[in-house]
Design a binder for this molecule. Structure first.
Ligand code: UD1
Length: 417
């Protein structure tokens, strides 16, 4: 399963280029199904989730060539609308393929993705939206069967601005006759990125980034070439890595506005953070102060995907911080591991109270999910002595060359298989 061995206490220093965004590339890879032609995608991060998505696309008949960080996907020979169950289980976000398959192939069979390591993750909003577009959706014995001979553009009011549901509707509606309007849509930058990709492919979509997205269905799409934007959560993770080690780093190729909610918390904590063109400078020379409240919210609020990393930082801050996790019900699994390292944290339902301690101590800990695992690595970078983080396959789902990048900033971290 792999382990990281980390010796803490070294302030990170140097410059790092931020990888392409995982949560942008996954829906974009799903979208390559739509054009029945060639999609050339640059800046694709080399991640476990991306590899799983490639396996899924190949399993339905796409041919894929990889040249360094470029993928060339040809979707002209898709021969099935059924995705192997073991691949759906490997990656919950494979549900994002349902909208694209439905739009292109008029029917789909999918095994129910079920829960995952951060809690029960329902897909009711996705399925309700497909029904509103005119699809027949049946759920039986753990499978979802969809048929869509008569999809028609419609108005869809989401009960919650779900990222995945918004993307799935955009994919399904792109080739659907008429105009589809999504209200209370998710506003995440990855949604705008999907709009940019789809429009480059010939779709007619506007409004992404606001809470109303308008999709005018088209009949045919063209080949496309596209470069994936940088990953805001990876940028945020490295920014916190600089903060927790008292270091100074420069992150290249990233957009400060995508992580402004994280940056503002780092500034509250006493870090000096500013941007120059597409670089962000994080300087953390002083003692970190506790940030009183951190509440996860849909974009542009504080991202749930940064909650665990920010909590690692607050464990060594001066004072008490209160976290409220509003997005996922079971996203505090890293807490028991941080406590093994000497953190003082109490959980009550969705609230976590973190009382800062002077320092953390190295310990053997286990990653239980992607961002929680990253948080343990950050805690290890600041702890006294050696930290061993087990089950790092979770971390490999979202961070490309994590240990090499940290080493390039001076960290003492090695991987053992
Ligand atoms: C995406 C991101 C994930 C991030 C999350 C929230 C990808 C691949 N993953 O996940 O990293 O943590 O956004 O920013 O982009 N919900 C329902 N019914 C549904 C769909 C969602 O109740 O049909 C609930 C979920 O249980 C959760 C909340 O809505 O409580 C947010 O989920 P959603 O925005 O859909 O997240 P994902 O798209 O799964």
């Amino acid at each position: 399963m792999g382990q990281f061995y980390i010796k803490g206490g070294i302030p990170l220093e140097g410059e790092l280029r931020v990888q392409g965004a995982k949560n942008a590339v996954l829906p974009i890879l799903a979208a390559t199904i739509l054009n029945q032609g060639e999609s050339v995608i640059h800046n694709v991060p080399d991640l476990k989730d991306v590899k799983t998505m490639i396996k899924i696309l190949e399993s339905i008949g796409c041919s894929i060539k990889k040249e360094e960080n470029t993928l060339i996907v040809n979707s002209s020979a898709i021969h099935t609308n059924e995705i192997p169950e073991y691949l759906v289980r490997e990656m919950r976000s494979s549900i994002i393929l349902l909208g694209a398959i439905l739009a292109k192939h008029k029917q789909a069979k999918f095994s129910y993705p079920g829960g995952c390591d951060i809690g029960h993750r329902p897909i009711d909003l996705h399925l309700k939206s497909f029904r509103e577009l005119g699809a027949e959706v049946m759920e039986s014995h753990g499978y979802i069967y969809c048929k869509s001979n008569n999809l028609k553009g419609t108005h869809i009011q989401l009960d919650y601005p779900s990222v995945g549901a918004t993307e799935n509707i955009m994919l399904a509606a792109s080739l659907t006759e008429g105009i589809t309007i999504i209200r209370n849509a998710a506003k995440e930058p990855e949604i705008q990125e999907l709009q940019n990709f789809l429009n480059k492919m010939g779709c007619k979509i506007k409004g992404a980034g606001s809470n109303t997205i308008i999709i005018e269905g088209v009949k045919k799409l063209n080949n496309v070439e596209f470069t994936i934007m940088s990953d805001r959560i990876v940028a945020g993770t490295f920014a916190v890595a600089a903060a927790i080690t008292g270091g100074q780093i420069v992150l290249k190729d990233c957009y400060i506005e995508h992580i402004s909610s994280v940056i503002s918390k780092l500034i509250e904590a006493g870090c000096n953070v500013y941007s120059i063109e597409d670089k962000i400078v994080i300087n953390s020379s002083k003692k970190i102060k506790a940030v009183e409240t951190i509440r996860t919210l849909p974009y542009p609020g504080f991202p749930t995907d940064m909650q665990a990393q920010m909590m690692a930082l607050m464990t060594v801050a001066k004072g008490t911080s209160i976290f409220t996790e509003t997005i996922f019900e079971n996203r505090y699994k890293h807490v028991s591991q941080l406590i093994r390292m000497g953190a003082n944290i109490n959980i009550d339902g969705r609230i976590a109270v973190v009382k800062g301690v002077n320092k953390l101590f190295g310990a053997k800990v286990t990653a239980t999910d992607l961002r929680g695992g990253a948080a343990l690595v950050l805690a290890g970078l600041s702890a006294e002595g050696e930290t061993i983080v087990d089950n790092i396959y979770h971390v490999d789902r979202g961070y490309e060359n994590f240990e090499e990048n940290l080493q390039s900033l001076g960290a003492s971290i090695i991987r053992k298989e």
